[in-house]
Design a binder for this molecule. Structure first.
Ligand SMILES: NC(=O)c1ccc[n+]([C@@H]2O[C@H](COP(=O)([O-])OP(=O)(O)OC[C@H]3O[C@@H](n4cnc5c(N)ncnc54)[C@H](O)[C@@H]3O)[C@@H](O)[C@H]2O)c1
Ligand SMILES: CC(C)[C@H](C(=O)O)[C@@H](O)C(=O)O
Ligand SMILES: [Mg+2]
Length: 353
């Protein structure tokens, strides 16, 4: 298992350090794990002038899987767009063809009181958000800020080809077959032609999966339904931008954005694994950040890229045990609970593992 580690910026190095301890433990038990380190994002800009240097591209191209922390920070916000840390993230996703982003928003029952919704509304919530990751308005052309009629005009373009929609549809339907057999496709077909095509292709592809129920929802309603009754959803499939927004929203229903892992997969399940949150500059370097989303991303890596479901389950069970022992980082602590730092949470998970 050749794994490229890209810690990135802000809290990236802190949360990655705890996930690497998990990998080291598995290695110590005999798993054939080789870790190789590289730069991405702002730290890569500082070292090389580019957010996704060729060296990093070579490293990840020869790795079986990538574990990434987070990129970005206010010190980079004024950089020209090609040098921004976020561009590094978009480049790695695009260059490895990681079109399928799986973001499981599952509530650990121990965290029902940390959820931003009432316990009785979230108990049992288990949603898989399947976000298309290499298309949409994120990558569509034309784009830019240009002069038109003497004023600046900002332009981005929402584009999806039917092939792009089909391949993410298959991922969603096949995931649903292993879960509760329901896919809700989220779009904005009442306004956007691009998402009319999205809906049409979802319907067509859905015919190949008669055992899965397909429904459709407009994205504004979906944002509302997520906080009204999240348990109505099994698999949500949606485009790049809607998926970005809805997954941050869904994360708070599980207690914190620090709880949501993700897998970004190509058609061979080569994958990049990362928490869904960002570099959290407001808490960086303070040993406050929740490392569980990153540790749970290692579990997803074991499941999807390395077919080690038993190892994945052990990591998830270790996290569950830590939570049921009442151990919490600040973001998921309810009133009166003892609060652990990032490293101490890592210690607790390792002990259980
Ligand atoms: N995948 C990524 O690398 C990624 C994702 C999102 C944002 N970003 C970048 O990160 C920077 C900051 O963005 P933002 O502030 O909008 O989003 P963010 O996700 O970094 O932080 C949002 C809020 O959530 C908190 N938070 C995030 N992760 C946490 C964790 N593990 N434990 C506890 N609290 C946590 C932060 O403290 C902050 O209050 C920006 O430069 C943005 O572009 C990167
Ligand atoms: C940092 C940014 C480019 C990224 C995205 O929008 O995809 C992030 O928000 C995420 O959710 O991974
Ligand atoms: Mg996001």
């Amino acid at each position: 298992m050749k794994i490229a580690i890209l810690a990135g910026d802000g809290i990236g190095p802190e949360i990655i350090a705890q996930a690497v301890r998990v990998l080291d433990t598995l290695k110590g038990e005999g798993l054939d794990i080789v870790l190789e380190y590289g730069l991405i994002g702002g730290c890569a800009v500082d070292a090389t002038g580019e957010p996704y240097p060729e060296m990093t591209h070579q490293l990840v191209s020869h790795a079986d899987a990538v574990l990434l922390g987070a990129v970005g920070g206010p010190q980079y916000d004024a950089l020209p767009r090609p040098q921004r840390p976020e561009k590094g993230l978009l480049s790695i996703r695009k260059s490895l063809n990681l079109f399928a982003n799986l973001r499981p928003a599952t509530l650990y029952s121990e965290l029902a009181d940390a959820s931003s919704l009432k316990r009785e509304i979230v108990t049992g919530m288990d949603i898989l958000i399947v976000r298309e990751l290499t298309g949409d308005i994120y990558f569509g052309e034309p784009r830019g800020i240009e002069m038109r009629d003497g004023q600046r005009v900002g332009v981005n373009t929402m584009v999806y080809s039917e092939a792009e929609i089909q391949r993410i549809a298959h991922v969603a339907f096949q995931a649903a077959q292993k879960r509760n057999r329901a896919v809700c496709s989220v779009d904005k077909m009442n306004v956007l032609e691009c998402t009319q095509l999205w809906r049409d292709v979802m319907e067509e592809t859905g015919k190949e999966y008669p055992d899965v129920t397909l429904s459709h929802m407009l994205v504004d309603n979906a944002a509302m339904q997520l906080v009204r009754d999240p348990r109505q959803f099994d698999v949500i499939v949606t485009g790049n931008m809607f998926g970005d927004i809805l997954s941050d929203e869904a994360s708070m229903l599980t207690g914190s954005i620090g709880m949501l892992p993700s897998a970004s997969l190509d058609s061979q399940n080569k994958g990049l694994y990362e928490p869904i949150h960002g570099s959290a500059p407001d808490i960086a370097g303070k040993n406050i950040a929740n490392p569980l989303a990153t540790i749970l991303s290692v579990a997803m890596m074991m499941r999807y890229t390395f077919n080690q479901d038993d190892v994945a389950q052990r990591i998830e069970k270790a996290v569950q045990k830590v939570l049921s022992d009442g151990l919490r980082t600040r973001d998921i602590a309810s009133h009166g609970m003892q609060v652990l730092g990032t490293k101490e949470m890592g210690d607790a998970v390792l002990t259980e593992l």
